[in-house]
Design a protein around this ligand. Sequence first.
Ligand code: G1P
Length: 293
Amino acid sequence: MKRIRKAVFPVAGLGTRFLPATKAIPKEMLTVVDRPVIQYVVDEAREAGIEHLIFVTGRSKTVIEDHFDIQFELYETLAQRGKTEQLERLKAMQPEPGQVSYTRQQVPLGLGHAVWCARELVGGEPFALLLPDMIMQAEPGCMKQMVDLYDKAGGNVVAVEECDPDETHKYGVVGIGEPVHDGFAITGMVEKPKPADAPSNLYLNGRYILQPEIFDILASQERGAGNEIQLTDAMLKLIGRQPFHGLHFRGRTHDCGTPEGFVEANLAFAADNPALRANLMRTIRALADADRN
Ligand code: G1P
């Protein structure tokens, strides 16, 4: 079985829900507590053993490249000032030379199209796909949990979570089959179904391990929900041809693609941070009191 070495991050989205914050800054660079959103997702991938990061970017996303590059003057200044802790933190997140590749999605035709844009960089091997809108609190991280299942079961693996049955129209939703190790076989998949058409209330939370045959399917994939080329429709065609597993992810997901989820992520990660927790709780209690009065 081939090891999962490469991860794809589709970061070409415009972030219109966050305007004006995202007028000049990519939404993936908005900060959750002390790091940009994309950093959480890259850290999750590296924890899972990923060695090569592939970003599918778009215009005005170059600051993401800068974030994952060495900043010589900054490193020198931190070293001269004895700010060892900050310097070590930056170095630890720094990919090795040659470990990052970038390609552009030239036209916004949907997630399936963005993934297809990475086909030459991925080549003929299975790969991880992480949607940067979703960040997770989990031990171990979501992708590590998925790689553990992949090592036992092989094939394709998607992470799923329960959603409110009224909210299936926001996500890809899966059909559940027999247990496979600590996951289960996926029997079907629908992108953004109405609650009445949803096969379950388990939704795709933005983490995938996919076999390279997905690229052949995406090459001829017609447009689906929202008039976009949907990854979910392409994955559906792999089910039955290749093993396809779901993993009921153990942890908490925050959807940073919406302003509500983004604020929630900030609160949740700040509450987890010992240096911020006490002050945050005081503020929340004061706000709740003021709200009651
Ligand atoms: C995409 C996928 C969907 C998945 C969701 C998770 O939708 O198409 O299947 O459930 O991400 O965030 P989008 O959020 O791009 O509309």
